[in-house]
Design a protein around this ligand. Structure first.
Ligand code: C2E
Ligand code: MG
Ligand code: MG
Ligand code: MG
Length: 287
């Protein structure tokens, strides 16, 4: 009896595993097709000055738009892309699209805007990554100064020589370097001073329960102090309420991103946002 149960359990388990695997393989196949056909879309989320709400930059966030129109978020396919190597052509597509789009916005007169692009740890193994990025930037006729690369904390914790070299090379080319999702890595903070980082993005899990959650308030205050002492720009992620804005402003964190200002949206919608913010737009004083 017991043996039979065991066998049945195994049988059910193996069926489930088989189903999962089949589903995953189908997804890999579809994703590969989407990358090849460039059926991915790049959405953009504004980065804003919390005082006055002027848009200072955009973050490129990739989406997979299926044939039936459903939009799939990156959390559901970036890990698969990383496991299969598809992250490389995917990232190149995002980079190219975001650079060309930024150039269009510059040409419309919004010429102070910056573009932040997420870099996967898997890309860092490419020896010519910086060259590829720089090529994309110059092909779009952009200055490297308006490009910011976001790396998650994990990359910094790993502390691999080639990663450090990458970061220094990024800075030497004049691009900015941000640590994304800062604070979730439970790491020693000493690594911060060893890397040529220009900005920290406070993970949204610390912002979510502000201002009421006292632990989060202390953590955010600590990160703000840290950034100030190291002379690093600070960006708060995941701002959804004006109470959060008030808290952050009172603690001297001046830049943020979040649904309160805008969700990530297609380029057209950003163009509209930029045009509506007319009075607040950066003015080119050089021409
Ligand atoms: P991330 O770089 O930390 O991006 C911020 C994420 O927080 C985005 O999710 C954004 O939609 C979400 N978010 C922004 N404001 C709010 C808010 O007020 N409330 C809440 N609840 N969420 C907010 P998204 O677009 O789903 O991206 C998830 C992650 O996928 C990104 O996290 C990034 O790590 C990765 N990712 C996205 N695009 C790319 C890409 O082109 N390349 C790579 N390597 N990774 C990407
Ligand atoms: Mg990011
Ligand atoms: Mg983040
Ligand atoms: Mg994230």
């Amino acid at each position: 009896q017991a043996k039979d149960n065991g066998r049945n359990t195994y049988h059910i388990y193996s069926q489930a595993v088989h189903r999962d695997l089949a589903k995953k393989l189908e997804m890999v196949k579809q994703l590969r097709h989407a990358v090849e056909q460039e059926a991915l879309e790049v959405y953009y989320q504004p980065k804003v000055e919390l005082l006055g709400h002027r848009i200072t930059g955009l973050e490129a966030l990739v989406r997979w738009v299926k044939d039936d129109g459903t939009v799939i978020g990156p959390d559901q396919f970036i890990p698969i892309a990383e496991d299969t190597g598809l992250i490389i052509p995917l990232s190149e597509y995002v980079m190219r699209t975001a650079c060309n789009q930024l150039k269009r916005w510059h040409e419309m007169g919004f010429n102070d805007l910056t573009m932040a692009i997420n870099i996967s740890g898997k890309q860092l193994h490419l020896p010519d990554l910086v060259d590829t990025i720089v090529d994309n930037v110059s092909e779009a006729r952009l200055s490297p100064k308006c490009i910011e690369l976001e790396l998650t904390e994990q990359v910094f914790i790993e502390n691999i020589q080639s990663h450090t070299n990458f970061m220094h090379s990024v800075r030497e080319h004049g691009m900015s370097l941000a640590i994304d999702d800062f604070g979730v890595g439970y790491s020693s903070l000493s690594y911060l001073k060893n890397f040529p980082v220009t900005s920290l993005k406070i993970d949204r899990s610390f912002v979510r329960d502000l201002p009421d959650n006292e632990d989060d308030a202390v953590i955010v205050q600590t990160i703000i102090n840290l950034a100030k002492n190291l002379n690093i720009q600070l960006v708060a992620e995941g701002i959804e309420t004006s109470e959060q804005v008030e808290f952050l402003l009172s603690r001297d964190c001046g830049i943020g991103q979040g649904y309160l200002f805008s969700r990530p949206v297609p380029a057209d919608e950003i163009t509209q946002l930029l045009q509506n913010y007319h009075g607040l737009m950066p003015i080119d004083i050089s021409s």
